[in-house]
Design a protein around this ligand. Structure first.
Ligand code: HDE
Length: 720
């Protein structure tokens, strides 16, 4: 056992060492060229005379500027905006019965991982808070080679076949004639495409829900989406879907809030992940699998190969078998986060693909795209992409080759190299593909079993609470309201009506239109756009086996922790130091972060004149960057805050976004007299306590753990 443990940590250390060998901060080192030549003058170029022209001979300047000229590489065509961290995956329950993959069979084994989160549509400099799907890509550096689980935070996808991917992405990206809008789906081309692709409707329900505006990357689920296969020692296959469940629960912000966060801190998610890890609050997810025996492949009323469908957890529960901990930030964003290359085709013995036509296309695309993005086929040699497993083959040369392969043998079979490197038998870890029986015509067609586009869209909508449904209606009304072409709007509303009549009528009402009685398609188009209209008509919603699924609503998530929540304390000179101390201690004991916000940048004085450092000046922040607000007592402090429009807006906005708000002493008057909180009778997330912070703390903690009091929207007609 001890030996095994040592082995695990050796592997983790090996990856860290491997990266460390390529790491430099230049400390105590002379400045050199890329050839190691020490530089004597880094201030002046080589010139013909003091005031003469610069000489072509200045190889030092030319090397430096040439490198600079090429500092930017093409960004990812999708998922350009991202952030990543290192950590490990630890297996807690063996899947030995189903797979021979070593990292999934040895309980307690820790496998190093590098995980990158991203938005999809925006370019690299866009905002973290765009309404969008989030990428959730994990590279496992296993002893049998790299395994990449390249998933998203939404368990389904827009399209069923990879051949549609370029169309989907061209439609959602900024429109090509004027490159507007950035990182937004609320424009004509996206909805034009969607209105002709009814298969996207399930995904649209998720994308228009609050799942598309997470509170934190540490508070979102991850899904492998496709059905994959696990293969055990006997070669037996079991279908599998992969899940990541965040230990802090699944939480989101309000749409109005998301738009404002984008202005106040476009790096909100990146900063949140960085600061949490930096402060020792490691990000954690449980890892789960849904397993389906091969014999049960056809027992569902949807197709396991259709990536627009989930397997409801009521039909196949998620079995938790491990956890992932992200505990180390990158040393260099570019070298690690930007240069990491994820490939769904990176698998290890014990895992195999299914015939999902979306997955099949991905197996080609990722390798292909890295070749132009990372400058050639040697991107596997970049430190972050190197496996910890040893690597030997006869691939040679091309741009930026790092390995110096010795000897004259670069082919196999050979005798001159002693037959090396040699093939491995399956029992020695040699990869063999699962021998699936295939018997069919060579044909371009969509399987009939892929035709039902509305049943699961309705399942998702029906599984939401009232406020979640309202948010979907609001999001659709926002997106469709932005369109310039009315006919697109009408088509989408017509399709929404196939999912749920109330949904469609509420959206139609917000848009000021009627639900169209029939689909109006220009140019004799078929629905959806398909070569042969008779061949492919979406079928109406079925009477599904599962009508509501608890796992689909975020209302049912973890709500018993305030760990890492950011609580704003609004103060000015003369604040009550006891209030601040008591509340700060109470919150920090539960793992939350109290942030002092004063009127000036440096410090603020309490009622006795003692100075306290502030974390932020009010003018640099807004309540959208925090989870809750506390106003401590202190007559003078409150008098000053009452004169500050920003302080009043801070509270009003927190109220509008349904956050927990607490006050003690004179702070109560501020809330009651100056802000919307005066309207908040019986609001469980407004905690007013004239007697001091101590009594307020417990109720405040409870309200913060609930994340939001979304009911406030209904009671107070507070738009969010
Ligand atoms: Fe991707 N996708 N994708 N995708 N995808 C890329 O690869 C592609 C799809 C996902 O953090 C690209 O390295 C096709 C589904 C993530 O680096 C590219 C299809 C899912 C990331 C590509 C899909 C994803 C990518 C662009 C349709 C969830 C970011 C840059 C069949 C399961 C990984 C790159 C990172 C990135 C192609 C659909 C997830 C162009 C053709 C479904 C998380 O190769």
């Amino acid at each position: 056992m001890a030996a095994k443990k040592e082995n695990n940590s050796n592997e983790t250390n090996a990856k860290i060492e491997q990266l460390a060998q390529h790491t430099t901060d230049g400390a105590d080192q002379p400045l050199t060229t890329n050839q190691g030549l020490k530089i004597n003058d880094n201030q002046n170029s080589l010139k013909a005379g003091t005031r003469g022209p610069t000489l072509l001979e200045d190889f030092i300047m030319r090397e430096k500027i040439t490198h600079f000229d090429h500092e930017r590489i093409p960004e990812r065509i999708v998922h350009a905006r991202g952030v990543a961290a290192h950590g490990y995956f630890e297996l807690t329950e063996s899947l030995e019965k189903y797979t021979k993959a070593k990292f999934l069979t040895q309980v307690g084994k820790k496998t190093p991982v590098f995980t990158r989160f991203s938005t999809v549509a925006g370019s690299r400099g866009s905002s973290d808070l765009a309404r969008d799907v989030r990428g959730f890509a994990v590279k496992f550096y296993t002893e049998e080679g790299n395994y990449d689980l390249v998933g998203n935070n939404i368990p389904v996808f827009f399209i069923q076949d990879a051949i549609k991917f370029p169309d989907l992405i061209h439609s959602v990206k900024p429109e090509p004639h004027n490159e507007i809008p950035q990182a937004a789906s609320a424009h004509d081309t996206f909805w034009d495409f969607i209105s002709l692709m009814p298969e996207s409707m399930h995904m649209i329900m998720w994308a228009m829900s609050d799942r598309a505006i997470p509170r934190s990357l540490r508070m979102m689920e991850g899904f492998g989406i496709h059905t994959f296969r696990l293969i055990n020692d006997e070669g037996k296959a079991t279908f599998v879907k992969f899940h990541w469940k965040p230990r802090l629960g699944v939480h989101s912000v309000a749409w109005n809030e998301a738009q404002k966060i984008s202005g106040f801190d476009a790096d909100f998610h990146r900063r949140d992940l960085w600061e949490a890890i930096d402060g020792g609050d490691f990000a954690e997810w449980d890892f789960g699998v849904q397993l389906v025996a091969e014999a049960d492949e056809h027992k569902f009323d949807f197709d396991l190969l259709d990536a627009t469908k989930i397997i409801p957890e009521e039909l196949v529960p998620v079995k938790i078998v491990g956890k992932m901990v992200l505990n180390r930030n990158t040393d260099n964003y570019f070298a690690e986060t930007e240069q990491v290359a994820f490939l769904p085709s990176n698998i290890v013995p014990g895992i195999d693909f299914s015939n999902d036509p979306l997955l099949q296309g991905r197996l080609h695309s990722y390798l292909d795209t890295q070749i132009s993005r990372l400058g050639g086929p040697n991107f596997h040699e970049i430190p972050i992409n190197r496996p910890v497993a040893p690597l030997h083959n006869n691939q040679r040369d091309s741009a930026f080759r790092q390995t110096i392969n010795k000897g004259k043998v670069a082919y196999e079979p050979n005798t001159l190299g002693g037959g090396c490197p040699f093939q491995s038998m399956a029992q020695d870890g040699g990869f063999t593909s699962y021998q699936e029986k295939i018997d069919g015509n060579k044909i371009r067609v969509r399987s009939d079993s892929f035709r039902d586009h509305f049943t699961q869209a309705a399942l998702f909508f029906n599984s939401q609470t009232e406020y979640e449904q309202t948010h979907i209606v609001d999001a659709l009304s926002f997106e469709l309201g932005k369109l310039e072409v009315g006919a697109i709007r009408e088509r989408v509303v017509y399709i929404l009506n196939q999912i749920d009549e109330t949904l469609a009528s509420k959206v139609a009402d917000n848009l000021g239109i009627e639900i169209p009685a029939k689909l109006d398609l220009p140019m004799n188009m078929s629905f959806p756009a398909d070569a042969n209209p008779d061949d492919y008509q979406p079928i109406p919603k079925k009477d599904a086996k599962v009508k509501k699924s608890a796992a689909l609503s975020m209302a049912n998530t973890v709500k018993d922790t305030i760990k890492t929540r950011q609580i704003a304390f609004l103060v000015a000179d003369g604040f009550d130091a006891d209030d601040v101390k008591t509340m700060k201690n109470a919150l920090e004991n539960q793992g939350a972060k109290a942030k002092i916000i004063g009127l000036k940048s440096k410090s603020v004085k309490d009622a006795s004149g003692n100075e306290m450092k502030v974390d932020h000046a009010l003018r640099t922040v807004a309540s959208v960057l925090f989870d809750a607000v506390y106003i401590p007592g202190g007559e003078q402090s409150i008098a000053a805050l009452s004169e500050e429009a920003d302080a009043i807006e801070f509270v009003n906005e927190a109220f509008r976004h349904c956050k927990a708000i607490a006050a003690s002493g004179a702070g109560v008057n501020f809330l009651k007299e100056e802000t919307y909180v005066r309207k908040a009778a019986n609001d469980k997330a407004v905690i007013l306590n004239e007697n001091g912070a101590k009594d307020a703390a417990q109720n405040f903690i409870k309200a913060i753990a609930e994340h939001r009091n979304w009911d406030r929207e209904k009671a107070r007609k507070v738009p969010a």
